[in-house]
Unconditional design. Structure first.
Length: 390
């Protein structure tokens, strides 16, 4: 392999590593909030109300996504990254003032959603800009690992903090991680798409692009399931009395990371489209086991299966978006992907909260696994086979 080819295919460049570390730090802050439903329980909220409150952040994420994509494609990624960091630091400061259910809590959740979509869309678009096409799915999987590793670490850290202190200390730690992420983001060189001579379409054009529609539908089923697990794992453990949030998400993250690190090139070799079915089925199997869990061991095995499904599903779907969207609309396409993600959260919280209160956790998680099967069927029914890049 010549030096020019090696340089072109290089993955761990300085900007890539710096962006990965910034995302890692910001996700350490964000995933401490897997314990936030416990804070809402302390304030007197039930499962259905918790679902609605958690879903509030998705409102501003969905509404703000198109504008975020437009700004990224026209002014670059860094301005959105830094703006999201500043807003997120303000949000965490407001979390420290919460003492009761009420309007301030709802406002904070709305602002949290806007900050989250700014950071999520911009950082992952930035990562996609730096990944060589020959290693796209592998590179996106590695970059996505900076969001998975904090899942296990923050869940365990949250367990320890809440055992020794309280939620104010947990929010303070989140603020420290967010500040570090902001400092790292300041050092990032900017990236923006190069014009290719194609006429510029509307910001929502990628949402209606024919070969992306099956991806959006499969991604929605996946994100709906993931959001449910993230929202209700805390209350699930509290009600059933076996397993722990920290242990579940630690196993979840370790398995997903192991697949990405040691078998990250598999989707690029067998084809990203072919990986949609096994990835989503694996996550569904984890939900079925979680529905039938009767011991802490069952919960850990469920975490392993869900982690394996997540380990491949996210980068595979993300890679399909990057592959099928034009380069100068990548920011808009990533914004749509973010909207689909947060749209899943917006609907999953209230719907599953209601279902859990009336059907119980077991039946609700089993129904969720059937949604993933439906997502697979719709994806393959609508998506025409296409030649995978060699």
């Amino acid at each position: 392999m010549t030096a020019a080819v090696q340089a072109r295919d290089a993955l761990y460049t300085r900007p890539f590593v710096l962006a990965l570390c910034a995302n890692l730090s910001l996700c350490l802050a964000g995933f401490l909030f897997v314990h936030f439903p416990g804070f809402l329980l302390q304030l007197g909220a039930g499962e259905a109300q918790i679902g609605r409150i958690m879903a509030l952040s998705a409102v501003t994420s969905v509404l703000g996504g198109p504008l975020v994509g437009k700004v990224m494609d026209e002014r670059g990624r860094k301005v959105v990254i830094l703006g999201g960091c500043v807003l997120y630091l303000l949000v965490i400061a407001l979390y420290l003032t919460l003492t009761a259910l009420g309007p301030l809590l709802y406002l904070v959740r709305l602002l949290d959603g806007l900050a989250a979509t700014m950071l999520y869309a911009s950082l992952f678009t930035y990562g996609a800009d730096l990944v060589p096409a020959s290693r796209r799915t592998e590179g996106l999987a590695i970059f996505g690992s900076s969001g998975l590793l904090p899942l296990g670490l923050s869940a365990q850290l949250g367990d320890a903090l809440l055992e020794q202190a309280g939620y104010r200390e947990l929010f303070a730690w989140a603020g420290g991680f967010a500040l570090l992420g902001f400092v790292l983001a300041l050092c990032l060189p900017d990236t923006r798409p190069l014009g290719d001579g194609s006429p510029r379409r509307g910001v929502m054009a990628p949402a209606l692009q024919r070969d992306l529609l099956p991806v959006w539908l499969a991604a929605f089923a996946f994100f709906f399931a993931v959001s449910t697990v993230f929202t209700f794992m805390k209350t699930y453990v509290a009600q059933h009395g076996h397993g722990s949030v920290g242990d579940f998400f630690s196993v979840y993250a370790v398995v997903a990371l192991a697949l990405r690190v040691f078998a990250g090139r598999l989707p690029d070799r067998v084809g990203t489209r072919r990986m949609v079915l096994p990835a989503l089925l694996c996550y569904g199997a984890g939900l079925v086991l979680l529905a039938r869990a009767v011991s802490a061991g069952d919960v850990l095995w469920a975490g392993a299966l869900c982690g394996a499904g997540h380990g491949y599903a996210y980068p595979v779907l993300f890679s399909l978006v990057v592959e099928r969207a034009s380069e100068h609309e990548r920011g808009a396409a990533m914004a749509v992907y973010t909207v689909v993600d947060w749209g899943g959260m917006f609907l999953s919280g209230p719907i599953l909260g209601y279902a859990i209160e009336h059907m119980g956790y077991g039946n609700s998680f089993f129904a969720l696994s059937l949604l993933l099967v439906l997502g697979i069927m719709i994806f393959h029914a609508l998506d025409r086979p296409r030649r995978e890049p060699s």
